[in-house]
Structures are given as C-alpha cells and as structure tokens.
Design a protein around this ligand. Structure first.
Ligand code: TPP
Ligand code: SF4
Ligand code: MG
Length: 287
C-alpha cells in the first residue's frame, strides 16, 4: 500500500485503490486520462482537488491521491465553487455523470457557467443512471428501454453540448472514453483554460446500455473536429453540436471572457464613488 507521503514525493495523481467499476466501463479510461493529464501538467497534488456528486462516475475522486470529495448527488458544482472561491490558487476539477449534472444538479450548471468560475467539468455521459441499476437519465435516447421505461424512453433527451453553448460556456468540448490520447489532450487544455470548461465524455455503461456492443456501435460514428473549424465561431460550434449523426470529438467552442475571480478583482479596483458604468459598457465588458 502506498502512503500519502510517497504519493506526494512521486507526484502521481493515482492512488492505490482498485476501482470497482464493471470491466469495460468507460469510466476506467476517463480516470486513466485524468491521472495522465494531471501528471503531465506537473501540478502539486496538494494544490489540486477533484469533486464529484453521486453515481458510478462520481466514484472517480476516490481513486486519486489529490484532495477530493465523492459528495452529494447533484451538488458537485456548488461544492467545487465554494472551494475555488476560498482557495482560488487550487486547480479544481469536477467529475460526474449525466444524471448528476443534468437531472438533479442541472440548475447549478447554468450558474457556474454564467459566473465563469475557473473550474473544469468532466461529464461522463453514459445516457443512464448506472449506480442505481439502469433507470432512464436526461441523456437516454428516445426509444431505449430502461428499468423505468419498459416501452422505451419517451422524453426528448438533453443535448449537453447545445445546452452548454446556449448557457454561454467559454470552453465546450466532446470526447469518447475509448479515444484516450485525445481525451487526455482535451483535459490538459481544459484545465489550463481560464474560466469554466466543459468536456462531455461519452463513457459507455456496458452493464445497462447494451454491453460491449456499444463500443462497436459508437466507433464508426467518431468524427474528429477538423482544423478547418473555427473554435471561436459559436454558430459553427452550434451546428456541430446539433449534428447527431456523428460523434464529434474535439473542441467545439472557446471564448476568453473574464473569469469570476478577474471580474471581482476588476470591480474591487474601482473607486467606491466612481461614476457607474453604463449598461452598454457593462454588457460589452462582461458578456
Ligand atoms: C438526493 C439523491 N437522490 C437520488 C439519489 C439516487 N441516485 C444515486 S446515483 C443516481 C444517478 C446516477 O446517474 P449518473 O449521475 O448518470 O451517474 P452514473 O452512475 O451513470 O455514472 C441516483 C438517482 C441519491 N443518491 N441522492
Ligand atoms: S453500472 Fe455501468 S456506469 Fe456503473 S460501473 Fe458498471 S458499466 Fe460503469
Ligand atoms: Mg449516467
């Protein structure tokens, strides 16, 4: 067993705990990529935290040597927000599932995005509630039979990329857990990116979403976003997000906007009795 002192000396973000995810679960690859990404960034493990909610995917912080919390269902974002506000120098990564982020925790996402808090959110989207044994989730495709939709899911699924673009997220990317070099690269970039960054990782649940066949079904759909795509063009990003015929992987959108911390610092520097900026000025500066 490796103790914490050895992990600090070695600077590895992986601890000694063996994951209890099912063999073939996409979350194994996400963990491996996040560890490699953080190791390559040479961050200090004592200045890094991974915060999750509840779900199979939310077990991830338990397998890491940095600070972490497998917290409350749907509440990873507020906890990570509080941590980042209290310790702005820390690198804070959020991990979790589609249920955690877009069902019970959905309301928190839009507020973290509009505040543009410098957090990286890695969503492991498997289109199911894995931990609770296969209930319909906000990203289950219409028609898919689950434990709670015996005749097939009938509610229109949430499209995470479209939602995040609509909220005004300044870094929106998508990855596939089995496409590991790209996922690792995207995690590095998202962590370095100032502001709220979001990666929707298609991370198959082999137990409740069709066994290993799901990898065979998804692989031919994989389409890397080419260099010709202008990542600063929101309309072009939205067009990619709307195309459900392919599994687009890479960065859809990037925009450098003042982070929450930068906005606060900026406002604090103003003299208390200085003339208030016009609505137009505010709109230009903070949108
Ligand atoms: C307040 C609360 N409501 C419901 C639950 C039950 N619950 C635990 S995990 C989960 C959904 C998990 O789905 P997801 O977030 O997609 O993670 P996955 O297991 O698929 O990785 C639910 C409904 C809970 N733990 N707490
Ligand atoms: S139930 Fe699904 S999501 Fe949970 S560990 Fe198994 S394969 Fe992964
Ligand atoms: Mg899920």
């Amino acid at each position: 067993m490796t103790d914490v002192t050895t992990q600090v000396e070695k600077k590895t973000f992986r601890n000694h705990v063996k994951p209890i995810w099912c063999p073939g679960c996409g979350d194994h690859s996400v963990l491996a990529c996040l560890v490699k990404a953080l190791d390559s960034l040479e961050l200090n493990i004592t200045d890094t935290a991974v915060i999750s909610g509840i779900g199979c995917s939310s077990r991830l912080p338990g397998y890491m040597s940095c600070y972490g919390m497998n917290s409350i269902h749907g509440r990873a974002i507020p906890i990570a927000t509080g941590l980042k506000m209290g310790r702005p120098e820390m690198t804070v990564v959020i991990t979790g599932g589609d249920g955690d982020g877009f069902a019970i925790g959905g309301n928190h996402v839009m507020h973290a995005v509009r505040r543009n808090i410098d957090l990286t959110y890695i969503m492991m989207d498997n289109g199911i509630y894995g931990l609770t044994k296969g209930q319909v989730s906000p990203t289950t495709p219409i028609g898919y039979k689950t434990k709670t939709t015996a005749y097939g899911a009938y509610e229109k699924p949430i499209a995470p990329l479209e939602v995040m673009l609509a909220y005004g997220c300044t870094y929106v990317a998508q990855a596939f857990s089995a496409d590991m070099p790209r996922l690792q690269e995207l995690i590095v970039e998202a962590i370095k990116y100032p502001g709220f960054s979001f990666i929707n990782v298609i991370s198959p649940c082999v137990t409740y979403r069709g066994g290993s066949q799901i990898y065979k079904d998804l692989k031919p759909l994989l389409k890397p976003i080419g260099a010709e795509h202008d990542i600063h063009d929101w309309d072009a990003a939205h067009k990619i997000a709307r195309d459900k015929t392919r599994l687009h992987v890479g960065v859809l959108y990037q925009e450098r906007r003042e982070t929450y911390q930068e906005t606060q610092d900026d406002l604090k520097q103003r003299a208390p009795h200085a003339e208030a900026p016009s609505v137009v000025d505010i709109a230009k500066k903070y949108r």
